[in-house]
Design a binder for this molecule. Sequence first.
Ligand code: UD1
Length: 429
Amino acid sequence: MDRIRIVGGNELRGAIPISGAKNAALPLMIASLMTDDTLTLENVPHLADVEQLIRILGNHGVDYSVNGRRERQDAGYSRTIHFTARNIVDTVAPYELVSKMRASFWVIGPLLARMGEAKVSLPGGCAIGTRPVDLFIDGLRALGAEIEIESGYVVAKAPRGLVGNRFVFPKVSVGATHVLMMAASLAKGETILENAAREPEVVNLADCLNAMGARISGAGTSTITIEGVTALSGARHRIIPDRIETGTYAMAVAMTGGDVLLEGARMDLLDKALAIVAQTGAQVTQTNEGIRIARNGAGISPVDVTTEPFPGFPTDLQAQFMGLMTMSNGRSKITETIFENRFMHVQELARLGAKISLAGQSAIVDGVPRLKGAQVMATDLRASVSLVIAALAADGETTVNRVYHLDRGFERLEEKLSRCGATIERISG
Ligand code: UD1
């Protein structure tokens, strides 16, 4: 198993190209199941989760081809991939595949809408809470699906097609919003989704579906209206830059000091998180090329943060922010409201000398003047990168074990950081 070795203490200076958003790429790839035509996605990041979803979609009959060289070209990291689901050959998504990545559960929406049936294993994914699927089931039932749970599978049927309806999400869910938006696009009549997720990835998916011929309005607000159509066509669509990757590197620079241009990053995708990074003492500026983050001699100020659905501070940046706060010059309180059990990075940060105590949904972080390198373990995707952030500023050497979590969501992390002056390398095996 690969490890990452980091020797802390260097400032970060230079430029980091921001990749296409993983959390937009996954639902967009799944949307390719909704048409027999070709969906071309630009700016697809090269990540383990993307490769895994390609395998899962292949199982249902989606062919794909990648433009140009598969390996990174110097100008950037993204790829253009063509997906074609000419025929759906299987409407079953088995446990072996779905358990590896929660988002693959989302195929239930397109399969049900296009084929009138789907049998999808209950999901796995990051171990960050119970992450149930009740909202998907209630929402699809509202569109007329018959759904049963049988031996760990969700079996959904709509032999006469789905029918538009009004559905109010009792809780904001990104995944359930994606799925209902896709399903309703091929339902008969109008669907109104209320209390829908407002994340930029939802807007990116709606834009793509509309380019495919769907009639969706209101994405990005909490009420989304979908006028069902009988079929969708192919389209060409560009994936937005990854706001979580952007925020992660912004926090890394705020941690180490220095001056880095996050190329292609967009401020409007993470206003709240960047405002918080600015409050810690970093300068954040939007330029024509991206976002520039700088911190000079000044220390890191403590800031309290509570995670919220978009446009609030994202849960996917909570661990990284905690990494930053471990060296603030005071006390900060970080409250997690989206997922229970999303504090697994706390004990690993403690190995580096961080002082953090947990009280229910909150972590109290008492900043320390120095961290010291140690052996640490990556526990989930975002938690593991918080260890990288802390290690970049720690004295001496840190080894992060189990880095496959990082590879799920961060494209060539060690290369991007080492180009900016970090001492970081991957040790294979
Ligand atoms: C997506 C993101 C993930 C991010 C999360 C919240 C992708 C691939 N993943 O995950 O990185 O952390 O949004 O921004 O885009 N819930 C229910 N019942 C359901 C569905 C969800 O109770 O049927 C709960 C979850 O347990 C959680 C909350 O709703 O407490 C929000 O989860 P949700 O927005 O659905 O997260 P994902 O779409 O899985």
